[in-house]
Design a protein around this ligand. Structure first.
Ligand code: SAJ
Length: 402
């Protein structure tokens, strides 16, 4: 039996996937409300295919509880926030979960940590907890998650995975467990390498996006079409530039690279600049809005609407969202926030927030497409009379770009 600790964006799909592939799973979360929701047969966030997976897992006998279980294998997938000032990882939830698990874990149990951590965190923060409790018999493993919100179920099944362990035998045992559902290649390595690969993967993407964002600014400055330029460059067999956008959000790409900057400030120069470039994008969008208003002779900010509140298309996750970053920087300057609407955010989170596309469009003249949700793509005809700033390069008609 496997006890999955932390039933959030990563722990829940992982637990469901394993259960639906015949592994006996008990999911534990200290949030009683979340556990009650799951026990009432409801999933806790929207994601393609998660409902079906949930139903399969329930049929296969998955259970949810707030109690830690006595078993031979644990998977810990709790959040790892970062300290915005020091830019370092904050391992407090991982450390707390490890502390709770070792109170009940039997001799020789395996403890897999899936949470993203900066290189060296297991050595610095996790191993001491285990050793100080006299539990050196516990086998620590790091199996960083790799799935992308919006395509989690597919990626859980198909992505290659990395497993870091102290010894080959433990690594192979965990590999066998993940092979119960994972059709990709599973590489076994040491813990520090596994920690580093995860952060490097997200850093690679952050630096690549920053490069695209910088190109967007250069091209805008001299009236060149950045999208056409990237499209042509990407036809070269060894070039793969990502897309510019209004900023980088989510809990990973906008956060993990900072761990390297925080730990190696004098070495991580390109990474530091890239993160600053991405962080500056929401303010750049704000400048573009002012430029467009000036060009059109408009003064009334209340006629500007931001479409999309989530950090990317077709997910309901707002963590580190560029729209929220933009509103924050706008509020600092002007006070009254711009109008916003997102079909996937149904609860009231902001002032000036709309819950219906038509109402939103009726009240604005400039629409800033911050997120390319399917909803807006199938309603482009409603934007015909609007002035559009498309930060995602999805609108087929005449409009402004970054
Ligand atoms: N973005 C751009 N331009 C692009 C691609 C993305 O501006 O060309 C923006 C998005 O709009 C979003 C942000 O970047 O705001 C991040 O989105 P994403 O879709 O690139 O990635 P995440 O954060 O949803 O998921 C990433 C994935 N990592 C990699 O692709 C290397 C995922 O595989 C990881 O599991 C996840 O981080 C994580 O948990 O680390």
């Amino acid at each position: 039996m496997v006890n999955v600790i932390g039933l959030g964006y990563i722990g829940l799909p992982t637990a469901l996937m394993m259960a639906s592939h015949g592994v006996e799973i008990i999911g534990t979360d200290y949030n009683g409300e979340l556990v009650a929701t799951l026990n009432a047969g409801q999933t806790t966030f929207k994601e393609d295919g998660i409902e079906e997976l949930f139903n399969d897992a329930v049929k296969s006998g998955i259970r949810f509880t707030t109690e830690y279980q006595v078993t031979d294998t644990y998977i810990i997938s709790v959040p790892t926030p970062y300290d915005k000032f020091s830019k370092k990882v904050d391992p407090r939830y991982v450390v707390a979960a490890v502390g709770d698990v070792i109170k009940v874990a039997p001799q020789g149990a395996i403890m897999v940590i899936e949470s993203t951590i900066s290189p060296g965190t297991i050595e610095k923060s996790v191993r001491p907890v285990i050793e100080n409790a006299g539990r050196s018999d516990i086998n620590i493993v790091h199996a960083p998650e790799r799935i992308i919100p919006g395509n989690m179920v597919y990626e859980l099944l198909h992505n290659n995975r990395t497993i870091g362990a102290d010894d080959r035998e433990t690594g192979e045992r965990v590999k066998e467990l993940y092979a119960s559902f994972c059709q990709g290649e599973i590489v076994v390595t040491d813990i520090r390498t596994a920690e580093m690969t995860k952060v490097v993967e997200n850093t690679y993407r952050a630096v690549n996006i920053a490069f695209a964002n910088e190109l967007a600014k250069i091209c805008h400055h001299d009236g060149m079409d950045v999208y056409e330029i990237i499209r042509i460059c990407n036809m070269h067999p060894r070039v793969n530039i990502l897309q510019p956008g209004p900023g980088v959000g989510g809990h990973c790409i906008s956060v993990d690279p900072w761990f390297l900057v925080g730990d190696y400030p004098s070495l991580a120069k390109v990474i530091d600049e890239s993160m600053k470039t991405n962080d500056a994008m929401p303010a750049f969008v704000l400048h573009r809005i002012y430029d467009i208003m000036k060009e059109k002779g408009m003064r009334d900010l209340s006629r500007v609407g931001l479409y999309g509140l989530t950090y990317k298309e077709n997910v309901d996750d707002m963590r580190e969202s560029p729209t929220l970053q933009l509103l924050e920087s706008q509020e600092k300057h002007l006070g009254e926030p711009l109008k916003v609407y997102d079909p996937l955010i149904t609860r009231d989170v902001l002032k000036n927030q709309y819950h219906n596309l038509d109402d939103f469009l009726n009240d604005v003249d400039i629409v800033v497409i911050m997120v390319g949700h399917e909803e807006i793509k199938s309603n482009f005809d409603k934007l015909k009379k609007k002035i559009i700033l498309d930060t995602r390069h999805i609108y087929p008609g005449e409009c402004y770009h970054l």
